[in-house]
Design a protein around this ligand. Sequence first.
Ligand code: NAP
Length: 158
Amino acid sequence: MKVISVFAMTSERLIGKNGVLPWHIPEDLKHFQNLTKGQIVVMGKNTYYSLPEKYRPLPHRRNIVLTRGVFSECESYASIEELIQTLKSEKIQEIYIMWGVQIYKAFFERWLTDRVECTLIEWNYSWDAYLPEWRENFILKSEIEFEHGRFQTYIKNK
Ligand SMILES: NC(=O)c1ccc[n+]([C@@H]2O[C@H](COP(=O)([O-])OP(=O)(O)OC[C@H]3O[C@@H](n4cnc5c(N)ncnc54)[C@H](OP(=O)(O)O)[C@@H]3O)[C@@H](O)[C@H]2O)c1
């Protein structure tokens, strides 16, 4: 099973501000929609509740939330190991990790991320939620420029 992380960040690896996205870029939201439509999306509980109420669970996707607490709004797991074990037993081919900071970090730390779909935003922000450096373990395979930055695809450096 392939694990694909999808996020937008600046060159300083900023990805969040007070629990929300620091920017509003419709092209990036469209890119996210295209990548994940019909797929399995995995997110942390904070991210789930940061979605507008009418968009949660996200339509046209199997939504999975990671939480150690009680959660009944959609499918959920109390650990990454339990999640992976269940999906592997279902012979699932790929899953998309879609936010937030804690979840990306946990997948990077366990070396479970096979591919990264990163939107590199070329704006100068400095706020509160950053990812650790992850690019040293990945190879840039392709990138497409757009008005606010680049859509990049990275593959794990084995
Ligand atoms: N730039 C982007 O592309 C992008 C996109 C979306 C969000 N973001 C940013 O991400 C930030 C939100 O991230 P966050 O770190 O606050 O929250 P999060 O990762 O969405 O959720 C954290 C919660 O997930 C649960 N959790 C975390 N690790 C777990 C594990 N290993 N097993 C089971 N449950 C686990 C815990 O819930 P319980 O406490 O219930 O156990 C934890 O409190 C915001 O700043 C937002 O702006 C950025």
